[in-house]
Design a protein around this ligand. Sequence first.
Ligand code: TGC
Ligand code: FAD
Length: 392
Amino acid sequence: MSQDLFQAPDYYQLDELLSEEHILVRDAAREWVKREVSPIIEDAAQQAKFPTSIISGLAEIGAFGPYIPEEYGGAGLDQISYGLIMQEIERGDSGVRSTASVQSSLVMYPIWKYGNEEQKQKYLPKLASGEYLGCFGLTEPDHGSNPGGMVTNIKDMGDHYLLNGAKMWISNAPFADIAVVWAKNEEGRIKGLIVERGMEGFTTPETHNKWSLRASATGELIFDNVKIPKENILPNKDGLGAPLGCLDSARYGIAWGAIGAAMDCYDTALRYAKERIQFDKPIAATQLQQKKLAEMITEITKAQLLTWRLGTLRNDGKATSAQISMAKRNNVEMALTIAREARQVLGAMGITGEYSIMRHMMNLESVITYEGTHDIHLLITGLDITGLPAFK
Ligand code: TGC
Ligand code: FAD
């Protein structure tokens, strides 16, 4: 990729809504992305390799457990800082943000919220420092949008559980040290458990040939009579609400992250349009390109306001799951639309790896599918405003 010249748009002076700490955290993440992610990310995506060299940097900017208390190795930040970190990382690449989201909201969060003190002490500091990487196994080959139908199961064998089943489409699976896995017990109740790499019967084959999130590793989790020690069960919450609670936190981070991808596409397209001369004038001087750019900044600004407000609601413990769904759905669609428009502003150059836009566009095709598809989030809003579930 050519030099990272990113300048963040702030059309409504939203920085005035941020505290000094928010700006410090955001700027540190922004600088780190420019320095450590932008120079290597295109290559990593082209080669379909997760860039392991950035793991310690992610830990240093607080991307692993931003809101987890410091006593467990987290950064102890608020929800706005968490969101801003996700925004800046996804400005670099959605796949890198995925790794941070999974580690923070889908692995550290359930251990913090549903684990006992021993589990928190054993795993959280190592996850915060990046010594351990984790993954989250909810989706199965036959149960994606409907995780409540899962067939992965545990059987009580007295001194341990026996785990059988398979999970699919799992971010970080191929190299994760631990997996937070959701499985049904003999009564059909969903339980969370920590599966460690090296346990006999546990394998994590990689999923190849993706056109999206190529810098993030995706794989399966296969459990063939895996013996799970009883102390690896998360004791403090069960039922489908337990994994869905983790998803609230991750979906919130994605709502911010998508703004980052959109800002990068807009900024790239604006700069290109001002520099590219056709018919003896910059294409930015044409009404058609101005329409695209003006609509992009309008949608980014609306998403920034929506998401900032959601962050303040989360800081006050007042955000609902349905409000989070609305923001995830709106912002990812907004980012994808902007990526497609921005790609066109660059003409043929837009399809090359010289610019980040096409990579963002392809990444966002996963982001609009995972953590609840675009349709599912619409149905969650529909349920919230009518009281009538339309899933089944
Ligand atoms: P339903 O009957 O509505 O609910 C079952 C129980 O869960 C509770 N609940 C929630 N709790 C916390 N947070 C939420 N967001 C919740 N939504 C529901 C609910 O109150 C109930 O509790 P209880 O005590 O009464 O049992 O469940 P349903 O089976 O009808 O399904 C509802 C639906 C479709 C909304 C849900 O299944 C859903 O969200 N499906 C989408 C699945 C999904 O998002 N999968 C994501 C997998 S992980 C992933 O994609 C990671 S990608 C990471 C990356 O790389 O960044
Ligand atoms: P399906 O559920 O089969 O849906 C197919 C289509 O049907 C979609 O358009 C959907 O919107 C629509 N649909 C489904 N139900 C309804 C309905 N009731 N009404 C109307 N339309 C409906 N999962 C994890 O557990 N952990 C991970 O780390 C993880 N990482 C991922 C990484 C990547 C790159 C990808 C692509 C996925 C990842 N996932 C992960 C899985 C992801 O959460 C699922 O793909 C997603 O929840 C959708 O499930 P599905 O793909 O089985 O689609």
